[in-house]
Structures are given as structure tokens and as C-alpha cells.
Design a protein around this ligand. Structure first.
Ligand SMILES: [Zn+2]
Length: 380
């Protein structure tokens, strides 16, 4: 079987859609008008991703406010925020270029999603002619909705976590029921958990093991057969062409990350300075048997933050080097991150979100072709 390959999930929203979201926040257009723009962007995303030859596609998350907040709010500005939430929560991340992204704050219980990823997928699947995957958010990200130190009146942290685990399980199950062939869980907070950024208190609380344990509470509800198709994505962030935790050595994350009983991992790597160090860590710490499933390691071969398009030969060579450290039957290829995890993203290094979309499809094409070349070379 050739080396498997898939994208993480998101694509930049067209400038026209980003303008429509702002107009919707300002009360200038109706919800139906916003949906019409999203419909168009999803359809365009699916068809152009199919045009890259990718064996599996997504809708580019064109309906989601972000990879982390889609269950909670219709827009990043907070229009349509779910019950029991306020807008002024913790910083999820402070990025290297100085901008930040903030989560809502839980004000009471019970905690429930207002939107499931499958709500988007159900609209997307009829438009696609190849299988679809879906990305969902990790419970470890949403646990940051609960205030770091205070107790929410009448709703204990343990009650919240129990509701959260139920909702995350439901989010994944609904994706499979809607027809997803794979579901990947976005876990960008994993690497950030070792950053110790004094401006972002949760990153100095040593929360990584709590994150891993919480995510396993969800994963352990699935059978080995189901977990073969449930993945985990790790990265140092990817928003406005900037990152939040690239200085954290993967040696501080990967041994813990592979404790999660997922069947595959989508690992940022193309933008790492010392790739062989990371391939080696992956080879050492990924498991043949994670409670009944082998852990397939999809290494990042495309950098979505850099407008320069990788060549298929560069992709091939990266995979051939990775294959020296990672068993070929557990090797895959992916992009370092979604191309725009947040709905409002100017893609400053690209000059515009529309140009960044064009580049994204060229990059996905290069990955698909590079994977074909590497598979041929490796005889798989
Ligand atoms: Zn990412």
C-alpha cells in the first residue's frame, strides 16, 4: 500500500467570506446570506482539493469560526456564543508576532456543544466525489474554558470534565456516522503546554500530562478498529502565518504524546530546523501497539505558513529520510498544520487569503505527487 497522506483540515477563507463574516457581526447581512457565502466557499474548497489528486479531502473548515471554537460560537467575534459562556476567557495562545487568540470562559453548567463537526460534514459529503476526513477539537483545549484557579459556582471542575468527555466522544462518533473515513483531533496545545510563557499563565502549570490523560478518557471509549481511523495533530501553531511554541523541543512532547492511544498522528515537521532529530524521536517513542492499534506517524512535508511551494522531489526526499527512522508500514505524510485554523486570517506573508488559497492547493498537489514518488522508491 502506498504511503498514506491527508491534510489537517482548514484552508484560508476567501476574502469575500471573511468580509461576509464581518458584515454578519455588524448586523449588515442575515444568517442566510452568510450561509450562502459559506456554501460557495465549501464547494470551491472541496472541488479544488479534489483537483490536487488527494485521496481524501475536507471542506477547508469554511463554516467554522476556528478549529477550537466551532462547537461554541458562530463567529470569532462572539456572535452566536453558546449558553453558559462569556467572551473573556483565557488566552489560548500568544503568537510570536505578538497577536493572541482568546477562548470563551465557562460561567455555569452544564457544558454542551451548540455545533458538532458533523453538522458541517453532512453538508459537505454530498459535494465530494472522494472520501472525506474531518478534524475535531481535543478535550484538552476545551478544558481551558474552565477558569484556571477559581471554581465555577454550582459546577465543579470534575462535573465539567465529565460533560466535556461526553461531548468530545459524541463529536467524533457523529463524524463517523455522517460518513467520515477518518477523524483527526487538533492538539496544538500539547507543545504549548511546555512553553512557560509568563504572559499566558496556563502554559506554566505543567498541564501536559493532564491533557494526555483527558484525551485518553475519550480515546479509550473507542474500539481498536475505530481508533485506527482516529488521529492526533500536533504543531507549534499556525495563525496569521505565525507560530506560538516552536521553541519547545519535541523531546518534551513526543514521549508523552505517544501515550495517547490514537491510531495515527499528524506531526508538524517541514518547518523544523533539525528534522532528523524529530524523525528519530518519533521512531523511538511511537508504538506498534497502542492498546490494539499501531501508531501511524504522518510527518509534515509542507509548510502552510510559507508561500514558497515545496517541490515533489523535496517531499519525496523528506519521506525517504524519515523512513530511515520510522517503519515504512507506520509512515504517512501530511501538512504541518491547517492552512488557516481561524476564520479571520489575513495570511500576511502570502499577501492575501485568496492568493494563499491558490498556494495551498499547489502545495497539496506537491505533497500528493511527492508521496507517490517516495512510495515508488520505497517499493510500497
Ligand atoms: Zn496545527
Amino acid at each position: 500500500m502506498p504511503i498514506p497522506t491527508e491534510n489537517v483540515g482548514s484552508l484560508p477563507r476567501p476574502a469575500k467570506l471573511q468580509a461576509a463574516i464581518a458584515a454578519y457581526d455588524a448586523g449588515e447581512i442575515t444568517h442566510d446570506q452568510l450561509i450562502a457565502e459559506q456554501d460557495q466557499a465549501c464547494s470551491d474548497s472541496i472541488h479544488r482539493m479534489e483537483g490536487t489528486g488527494s485521496p481524501m479531502v475536507t471542506d477547508g473548515e469554511q463554516r467554522a469560526s476556528s478549529f477550537a471554537t466551532y462547537p461554541l460560537t458562530d463567529t470569532l467575534a462572539g456572535t452566536g456564543l453558546a449558553d453558559n459562556l462569556a467572551g473573556d476567557g483565557q488566552y489560548f495562545a500568544i503568537f510570536d508576532d505578538g497577536h493572541h487568540r482568546q477562548l470563551p470562559r465557562l460561567t455555569g453548567g452544564p457544558f454542551r456543544y451548540k455545533t458538532y463537526a458533523a453538522d458541517y460534514l453532512e453538508k459537505a459529503i454530498p459535494l465530494a466525489s472522494v472520501p472525506m476526513k474531518q478534524a475535531v477539537i481535543a478535550p484538552s483545549m476545551l478544558m481551558l474554558l474552565y477558569p484556571l484557579d477559581e471554581e465555577v459556582p454550582g459546577y465543579s471542575r470534575e462535573e465539567f470534565l465529565s460533560d466535556l468527555v461526553d461531548e468530545c466522544e459524541k463529536d467524533i462518533r457523529k463524524c463517523f456516522e455522517a460518513g467520515a473515513v477518518r477523524v483527526s483531533i487538533d492538539f496544538t496545545e500539547g507543545r504549548l503546554a511546555n512553553k512557560n510563557d509568563p504572559n499566558n499563565p496556563w502554559t506554566g502549570r505543567g498541564m501536559l500530562q493532564q491533557f494526555i490523560d483527558l484525551n485518553n478518557r475519550v480515546l479509550d471509549r473507542f474500539s481498536p478498529e475505530e481508533r485506527r481511523n482516529i488521529g492526533i495533530h500536533t504543531c507549534p501553531g499556525g495563525d496569521m502565518d505565525s507560530v506560538h511554541s516552536k521553541e519547545v523541543d519535541y523531546a518534551e512532547l513526543l514521549p508523552s504524546m505517544f501515550q495517547m492511544n490514537a491510531g495515527y498522528f499528524l506531526i508538524q515537521l517541514a518547518s523544523e530546523d533539525d528534522k532528523e532529530h524529530v524523525y528519530q524521536l518519533i521512531g523511538e517513542h511511537s508504538r506498534d501497539d497502542a492498546n490494539g492499534v499501531p501508531q501511524v506517524c504522518f510527518v509534515g512535508v509542507i509548510d502552510p505558513l510559507n508561500p514558497e511551494v515545496e517541490t515533489p522531489e523535496r517531499v519525496r526526499d523528506a519521506l525517504l529520510t524519515a523512513a530511515k527512522y520510522i517503519p515504512t508500514e507506520r509512515l504517512g505524510a501530511t501538512d504541518d498544520c491547517g492552512f488557516s485554523p481561524f476564520s479571520i486570517d489575513e495570511k500576511p506573508k502570502h499577501g492575501s487569503p485568496d492568493f494563499a488559497r491558490d498556494i495551498a492547493f499547489q502545495k497539496i498537489s506537491a505533497r500528493v505527487e511527492g508521496v507517490r514518488l517516495a512510495s515508488e522508491e520505497l517499493g510500497v
